[in-house]
Design a protein around this ligand. Structure first.
Ligand code: SF4
Ligand code: SF4
Length: 360
């Protein structure tokens, strides 16, 4: 059993891409199919379990393991049965989650996910007419997966990418998901990289999208959970955010891809994040100058942030989202906080009293 060892290993989450960037969909804004890890190779069960055990030993704390892609269910159910049972037998404290488009989800997968308490993130960008603009032909099968998870009682949250196809209709996206009984929602901003050209948002577009969502959610917050707003509530109450971009710490998830390449994070700039090949000594990877420099970038704040009254809510976001050192959506976030911080604070106080702040 993995003992508690408060060492300096910075990670408690790892991401595993069992089939690299391979996917059965072609979403318009996806950067990962172009990633170096997007090969035809697939991780074996032994490589995966060895990595999880090594990772848990290096972390010395309970760990979170996320399976992602590409489309991770392409690895097949046997792969997951074998990995989950091996880790359960080892008694290492690991919580699992899977991020999927849901097309390959079956009752058997749902039983397995229930058995091992696997939290499932399902990608959906809104009702059919919005979703299928960026995720062509995927809506019916994704909704089939949502219904299957609801029927079988699998814990899931929706993950919607905010991009050109839905930013002006976030109210419609939110109301649709709520009407379908999807009460745990996550909205991620389309990564502004080479491959998402034409899809990522301007500051004004993001600000409008967030305002609309927030205005709907602020009356629903006791029943509907939006991860990004929950993180802002936590930050308002001095609790660390669950997500690295808004939080103080970079070291989101050490990422293993199907060709055994390792990355400090699953960001589009591959060379900056490349850490080596597994098997290797994970402690040495984390102690390396390159890893420390990668992680340290998050805490480099320009003067504008050091003087900013919203810094504890924003933390200058992710270094990969900065332009000349400053969050590319700085102005949008300042405007958003100016309009909404008083309500955020009020909700945070109520949520603290109800002990509702650790729900995501
Ligand atoms: S580089 Fe960005 S996404 Fe990656 S861990 Fe750091 S803050 Fe998070
Ligand atoms: S709102 Fe702008 S100035 Fe303030 S912390 Fe965020 S990026 Fe820095």
């Amino acid at each position: 059993m993995c003992g508690i060892n408060m060492n300096s290993f910075p990670y408690t989450s790892a991401m595993i891409k069992p089939v690299g960037g391979r996917c059965n969909l072609k979403c318009a804004y996806c950067y990962y199919t172009h990633h170096k890890g997007g090969t035809d190779k697939a991780l074996g069960v032994c490589e995966t379990t060895d990595f999880i055990l090594d990772f848990a030993r290096a972390a010395g704390r309970p760990v979170s393991i996320v399976f992602q892609g590409g489309e991770p269910l392409l690895a097949g159910i046997k792969y997951y049965e074998d990995v989950f049972s091996a880790i359960a037998e080892s008694r290492v404290p690991a919580a699992f989650s899977v991020q999927t488009n849901g097309h390959l989800l079956t009752e058997d997968f749902c039983s397995l996910f229930k058995k091992y308490n696997v939290l499932t993130g399902i990608s959906i960008d809104g009702p059919k007419e919005i979703n299928d603009k960026a995720r062509p032909g995927s809506f019916e099968r994704t909704m089939g997966a949502v219904r299957l998870m609801q029927k079988t009682g699998v814990d899931f949250n929706t993950v919607s990418v905010l991009a050109k196809h839905n930013y002006s209709e976030t109210g419609g996206v939110y109301n649709f998901l709520k009407s379908e009984g999807c009460f745990y929602q996550q909205y991620i901003t389309c990564f502004p990289d080479f491959y998402s050209k034409g899809w990522f948002l301007s500051g004004e577009e993001l600000e409008g999208a967030l305002d609309t969502l927030f205005n709907l959610w602020k009356t629903d917050w006791k029943d509907v959970f939006i991860r990004e707003f929950d993180d802002l509530l936590k930050a308002s109450a001095g609790i660390p955010a669950s997500e690295c971009m808004l939080g103080r710490q970079c070291a989101g998830a050490l990422t293993l891809s199907s060709d055994l390449s390792l990355y400090y994070c699953d960001v589009p700039s591959v060379q900056k994040a490349f850490a080596g090949y597994y098997p290797c000594d994970l402690d040495k990877i984390a102690e390396s100058r390159k890893c420390r420099d990668f992680i340290r970038r998050k805490s480099v704040f320009p003067q504008e942030c050091r003087r900013c009254e919203w810094v504890s809510l924003c933390n200058n976001s992710c270094p990969e989202m900065r332009v000349s050192g400053l969050y590319r959506y700085c102005k949008a976030m300042k405007n958003f906080f100016e309009k909404n911080s008083a309500v955020l604070k009020m909700i945070a106080e109520q949520a603290l009293r109800r002990k509702d702040l650790l729900r995501f």
